[in-house]
Design a protein. Structure first.
Length: 269
């Protein structure tokens, strides 16, 4: 080992050079070029997959069966054929087993874990629709068979005026007794006679009911009397309508049956 100052040979374990007195410093072994360890970059935690509503895109909590925003169900629903019960894949318009058209929407009762479907709003039926429905019902009842073509034109023209009398209560006996050979008159006399019998039975029954109700008395009796009166009034309106209809048909020379009563026959014609 040599002195770093004068180059004199030094003994082992000498701490100073005997020639120049320079302190002996042992050379430290060169340090290896070790790069400092870089702190490991922490990878960002993977974001949790967020369930979203397929209808509105709102975030859903784990296990949620319905969207809190729009109320759509999150449970996959199965469409089932209404004819044979085969499961139908989404987008298929016809059952692959029987060919029945697939339902427009999923079958809630077949989806596992789902309850009954929410109630659909009832259609808003306005006064115009109600009026149209009542009109259709009235026209259906009023549309009765017309057999005018089965009668002779001369018979119709000669006896259509006297046939009007057939709808005037007991006066129906006039065309029945005086014109027995006129088929057109017999047709209307038959309807007038049936109408007279029905009218008499109706008023006799409700007249007896009115007498019984009047005997009851009290508040209950008054309520029953009002109810019977309303029914009697409604029946009277129907009878008047049938009388007017029969008179119009006879005056116009039409052999058209009355609603409800025209199918019955008492007189032959």
């Amino acid at each position: 080992m040599k002195c770093i100052n004068c180059g004199n040979e030094l003994e082992e374990n000498a701490k100073f050079c005997p020639a120049c007195g320079t302190a002996v410093v042992e050379a430290e072994p060169p340090k290896e070029n070790i790069e400092p360890e870089k702190p490991s970059e922490e990878k960002p935690a993977e974001e949790k997959a967020v369930n979203k509503c397929k209808n509105c895109g709102a975030a859903l909590e784990d296990g949620a069966k319905f969207c809190p925003v729009c109320g759509a169900t999150t449970v996959p629903q199965v469409v089932v054929c209404q004819n044979c019960g085969t499961k139908i894949e989404p987008g298929i318009k016809f059952c692959p087993s029987c060919g029945t058209p697939a339902p427009m929407g999923p079958n809630p009762s077949s989806a596992p874990g789902t309850g009954p479907a929410p109630f659909a709003p009832l259609p808003n039926i306005g006064p115009q629709q109600q009026g149209a429905s009542a009109k259709q019902t009235f026209e259906k009842i009023s549309k009765t068979p017309d057999t005018t073509s089965e009668y002779e034109t001369d018979d119709i023209e000669l006896f259509k005026r006297i046939s009007i009398v057939a709808y005037l209560g007991l006066l129906v006996l006039i065309p029945i007794l005086c014109f027995p050979k006129s088929r057109f008159t017999r047709f209307h006399s038959n309807q007038g006679l049936i109408l007279l019998i029905v009218e008499a039975i109706f008023y006799l029954i409700f007249g007896a009911i009115n007498l019984l109700v009047a005997a009851i008395g009290g508040v209950f009796g008054i309520i029953l009397m009002i109810l019977v009166g309303l029914i009697t009034l409604a029946g009277s309106v129907v009878v008047i309508y049938l009388i007017v209809t029969g008179i119009i048909n006879a005056a116009k020379g039409r052999a058209r049956e009355l609603p409800l009563l025209g199918k019955f026959r008492i007189l032959k014609y």
